[in-house]
Ligand binder design. Structure first.
Ligand code: ARG
Length: 579
């Protein structure tokens, strides 16, 4: 239990005893200033408003009933009715000792949920580009954090493998293969060029376009020849995505792919069901659901086409089948979607229609966690100099290269193989962290200099903080394994560090709930600055430091290092012993 939870429980008990109704929250929060204690309970004000009572009086009757002797050294009323809580150093020390001695810091959630996470989900017709970065890395953070907290996480890589483009792609593949191209060979190594060539032929050669259209129909009706070509193409494209996942240290594998095509057989049923429930009507030969609940300002209902004129199904139809599968078959308590904010309306429509049709169990929480766009320094969506889309593979290569140059400059003594490994971890970490530390819903400007800086809220800064702590152990000639308390909290810097270390749990809980990775980034950054202050103020290895104090301080170093490492790991970023 986090400190906030412990205090909330205790304060709420006191509120019960003081006769304050259960709806009133204890409103426990971090104190805004050190003189207001470590935490504050601000619930007296809300309760007073509700009960039309004097808040200071309510606060004092809460305090009269409050049992905090084992936890707090001082509790006082301030201002209009704040309750300031000053925590006891020995209690903080024992809390942290316990946490550090427990597997996974003892942070497992009380009620375990099944959480389905839809992320990455690129279209397989093309190569992965920067537009896929955010979904891929943010989604993976939630996978890691929720798994770490003990939830049952099911990844769903909802790749686009069924659009009309696949007709031209397999027709082109057939021709290239006939020319003797090795399937895994040159032409498809560059998916982007392959796509462009196919598209050009589609636009320029009428007979090719006709064959491409025919192939789509044949593919969708199960023709074996087309199916085989399609499968070859999909395999190659997936392999490409997997290479990117590996480079990015993203946990998706082939097993997590549940492609759009996996829902083909159910699409007719989905539409039938919607018809049976009178949720759709015919409009210009298409079947459309008109959602009044999502009407625009003028009152026009929001249209969702579920079947085109001529019988074809759409992106929305597939998403309805997917939502039903996730809720009814996978039995999700929560379904999280990490998709660009531009698909906000689409997701609202799917959630609304899915619920109305009964495709989603009542208690299942549906959450679209949208994100903004990655921008270039011109403030426009990030592009190559010539205005093309930036391939993810090339961006990552550049990151590693740039990191390598910086590491070489900073630490020329590092052996070359180690430098390569460090460059990889720093370069990839920098790209990921620069994204994750921004408020998810905002656009952000991509900047190499900023993300690779060793100062400020960056991955290299945190990786370096970790490596520096490791060097303390080397100097101390002590293995972190032997460092398991007892902790002595005497100075204010030690107390501040212990408090900060204990806030890890709160940061993870908040991230698990709201899916904002920057919460964890900010926490780790704050922790590192707390550590720096501690390190400057509290000598560890100097002569004259008592053995117990030295040991306790080394334990704090170790605790900090372990939490930085775990935190970065949850962000999908690796650390190293030296850099
Ligand atoms: N393939 C889609 C795209 O690239 C994203 C799919 C997101 N997931 C979903 N269930 N719609 O835009």
């Amino acid at each position: 239990m986090s400190i906030r939870e412990v205090l909330s429980t205790r304060v709420r008990q006191a509120m019960d005893a003081a006769g304050i109704p259960a709806e009133c929250s204890p409103a426990v929060a971090l104190s805004t200033k050190p003189q207001f204690g470590d935490y504050q309970a601000n619930g007296a004000m809300g309760a007073a408003k509700r009960l039309k009572n004097n808040p200071r009086q309510l606060a004092s009757s809460i305090i009269e009933n409050l049992e905090l002797d084992d936890i707090a050294e001082q509790v006082e009323i301030a201002g209009p009715g704040f309750i300031n809580i000053h925590l006891r150093n020995d209690w903080l020390a024992s809390q942290l000792e316990n946490e550090l001695a427990t597997e996974g810091f003892g942070l497992q959630a009380q009620n375990v949920q099944t959480v389905v996470i839809d992320y990455s989900s690129p279209n397989l017709a093309k190569e992965m580009h920067v537009g896929h970065l955010r979904s891929t890395i943010i989604g993976d953070v939630l996978v890691r954090v929720l798994s770490f907290l003990g939830h049952r996480v099911i990844r769903q890589n909802h790749v686009g493998d069924w659009g009309t483009q696949f007709g031209m792609l397999i027709a082109h593949l057939e021709d290239e293969t006939a020319k003797g191209m090795e399937l895994t060979g040159a032409a498809l190594a560059d998916l982007e060029t392959f796509y462009r060539d196919a598209k050009k032929r589609f636009d320029d050669e009428p007979s090719f376009a006709e064959r491409a259209r025919d192939y789509v129909v044949r593919l969708q009706s199960g023709d074996e020849h087309c199916r085989k070509l399609w499968q070859q193409f999909i395999d190659i494209s997936l392999r490409h995505s997997e290479e990117i996942y590996q480079k990015l240290n993203v946990s998706l594998t082939r097993e997590d792919v549940r492609a759009e095509s996996a829902y083909n057989a159910e699409l007719g049923e989905i539409v039938d069901e919607l018809q049976k429930q009178n949720l759709v009507q015919e409009s210009d030969g298409a079947l459309v659901a008109f959602l009044d609940e999502l009407a625009d300002k003028k009152g026009n209902p929001s249209p969702v086409i579920v079947q085109k004129t001529g019988g074809g199904y759409l992106y929305a139809t597939t998403d309805l089948a997917a939502i039903r599968y996730r809720s009814k078959i996978l039995q999700a308590d929560r379904v999280l979607y990490f998709i660009d904010s531009r698909q906000g309306l689409h997701m609202k429509q799917i959630f609304m229609l899915g619920r109305k049709a009964g495709f989603v169990s009542e208690n299942c929480s549906l959450e679209h966690h949208a994100f903004g766009t990655m921008l270039g320094d011109d403030g426009k969506p990030f592009k190559t100099r010539s205005g093309g889309t930036v391939k993810l593979a090339e961006l990552l290569e550049e990151a590693v290269e740039r990191a390598g140059r910086i590491i070489e400059e900073k630490n020329p003594e590092l052996p070359i193989e180690e430098r390569q490994e460090v460059a990889h971890k720093v370069g990839i970490g920098a790209v990921k962290y620069a994204d994750l530390c921004k408020t998810r819903t905002n656009d952000y400007v991509f900047s190499w200099d900023e993300m690779l800086s060793f100062e400020g809220n960056t991955a290299p800064y945190l990786q370096y903080a970790y490596a520096r702590i490791q060097s303390v152990f080397r100097k101390a000639n002590e293995l972190p394994d032997s460092l398991n308390g007892p902790l002595i909290v005497a100075t204010k810097e030690e107390k501040a560090l212990v408090l900060e270390l204990l806030k890890f749990e709160e940061a993870l809980q908040q991230l698990a709930q709201d899916a904002y990775p920057h919460v964890l980034c900010n926490y780790l950054y704050e922790l590192s600055s707390c550590y720096m202050k501690f390190y400057e103020a509290c000598p560890i290895l100097k002569d004259g430091v008592e053995a117990q104090t030295r040991h306790s301080r080394l334990c704090l170093c170790d605790g900090t290092a372990r939490i930085i490492k775990t935190g970065l790991n949850l962000l999908g970023i690796e650390v190293m012993e030296r850099m």
